[in-house]
Design a binder for this molecule. Sequence first.
Ligand code: FMN
Length: 203
Amino acid sequence: MAYRIAIIVGSLREGSLNRKMARAICKLRDDNLDCSMVEIGDLPLYNQDADATPSEQVVRFRQQVAPVDGVLFCTPEYNRGVPGVLKNAIDIGSRPYGQSVWDKKPAAIVSVSPGALGGFGANHQLRQACVFLNMPVMQQPEAYFGHVTDDSFQQNGELADGSLKDLVTKVAHAFHDWVDMIHRSRQALAEDAAHAAQQKEHA
Ligand SMILES: Cc1cc2nc3c(=O)[nH]c(=O)nc-3n(C[C@H](O)[C@H](O)[C@H](O)COP(=O)(O)O)c2cc1C
């Protein structure tokens, strides 16, 4: 079964390496991951006063994220942190209070940089937000992809053969398994609860 995955890229740049990486990951698992890019560049700056009267962009964003089975974040690091556009999108999805679209959605965080540290700081800052948002985030393999350039990708968007592609392939498989495990365990728990309720009724 293919899981519906929202891809959220923390860069608005047309030639974004993170966007390329997101596409490459989806291509590696297009049999099992039904990925759709959820755009964040048109979202207004979050303002709590607008919770009751959201703009059409906010409504569109929330409607695209709400039904998915999992979320894949691919983000650059800006000044050792999460880019403002991505944090803004996360804040927008988290409100109004009690109606967060992120709640319980399994996620993976990938950070991509031409630099050596692979966006480690942004990756972990985003993890911190996901803890509060009640999103179970895949732990391993960690995905800080450093030294990535346009040359890391082929013309068709796939990664060039090599150690980066090997690691990204592991991440793509692990992400599918992570989403699968969480959904199956929730289903099993729901079935157990229904079974227990049935038994109680007949007792
Ligand atoms: C405002 C700004 C801040 C940046 N800060 C960092 C940083 O802290 N760490 C890092 O590895 N790269 C940093 N970079 C370089 C980005 O990793 C690089 O531009 C990368 O290509 C951005 O991702 P993208 O290709 O998906 O747009 C920064 C770039 C910009 C524009």
